[in-house]
Design a protein. Structure first.
Length: 269
């Protein structure tokens, strides 16, 4: 796990921490006198919108935030198995998104946290990719987060506070076999988020990018990637959810712009 840490105000030099686990990360951080305690801030009574909340990483995040006392706004095609304000929305249909987000904002009042989690996976050789599949990958994985953020950001700027967490991927920074469409969309998401962070920072709004690879969900079920990883150590969705909580608990003067999370396999060469 690699985390780049920088002071949000008054320091332009980042600190890179590499650790095999969160515990060892905290030990390293302690020697650097960084405030990365897991319970540095309470999330109780905060509000969050989570996209793709009906399963996988999104559902795990929603449950983790609920345990912290966060009031939830849930955006997905089907209703999640958790309480909260829910609006059904197919993020591949871009026309649905603005009104769906406005409904959640009306119900929640304010939005402290936005978790852009929803995504689709496409694994095909380039000659076999249909234009419709390519465009759907881009719509769900990058255009939908843009539209949702565009609805939420003005409120955060007006309040001079807010946190946006984008669930990107290791595919945001490297290529994989037969994943050209997916990698293109995730690279685009990370590029968007990096620029968004620069734009939002003067207004006190944090932007984080969590980039996991090899998470054990139905996301890759029935794919070549899923078959290749079968039987290997995988990341649990709950682990990613706890990392989101960890991020959101950080004080205002700490920034964790990008966190890359990879599977740890002692047998791998």
């Amino acid at each position: 796990m690699q985390i780049v840490v920088s002071l949000f105000r008054g320091c332009s030099t980042g600190v890179t921490l590499e650790a095999a686990s969160t515990d060892s990360l905290l030990n390293i951080a302690g020697t650097l006198n960084l405030n990365l305690e897991m319970k540095s801030a309470s999330l109780k009574n905060k509000t969050a919108i989570v996209t793709g909340a009906s399963r996988g990483i999104g559902l795990a995040i929603a449950k983790a935030l609920a345990r912290e006392g966060v009031r939830l706004g849930l955006l997905s095609r089907s209703k999640p198995a958790i309480g909260g304000e829910f609006v059904a929305c197919d993020l591949a249909d871009l026309d649905q998104i603005p009104e769906a987000v406005r409904q959640l904002v009306d119900r929640l009042g304010t939005v402290d946290f936005l978790i852009n989690n929803a995504g689709v996976f496409l694994e095909k050789p380039v000659p076999e990719i249909q234009l419709a599949d390519w465009e759907r990958s881009l719509r769900v994985n990058v255009t939908a987060p843009f539209l949702i953020t565009r609805e939420i950001l003005p409120q955060m700027i007006a309040r001079k506070q807010g946190r946006i967490v984008n669930i990107a991927s290791t595919s945001s920074s490297q290529g994989y076999l037969h994943q050209s469409a997916y990698c293109a969309s995730k690279h685009a998401l990370l590029g968007f988020a990096r620029s968004l962070a620069i734009e939002a920072k003067p207004h006190g709004v944090h932007v984080y990018n969590l980039c996991p690879g090899g998470v054990d969900t139905d996301f890759i079920k029935g794919t070549y990637l899923g078959e290749r990883l079968k039987g290997q150590p995988m990341i649990n969705p709950d682990d990613i959810a706890e990392m989101v909580v960890f991020i959101l608990r950080q004080p205002e003067n700490i920034d964790l712009p990008e966190i890359i999370v990879r599977r740890f396999d002692p047998k791998a060469k």
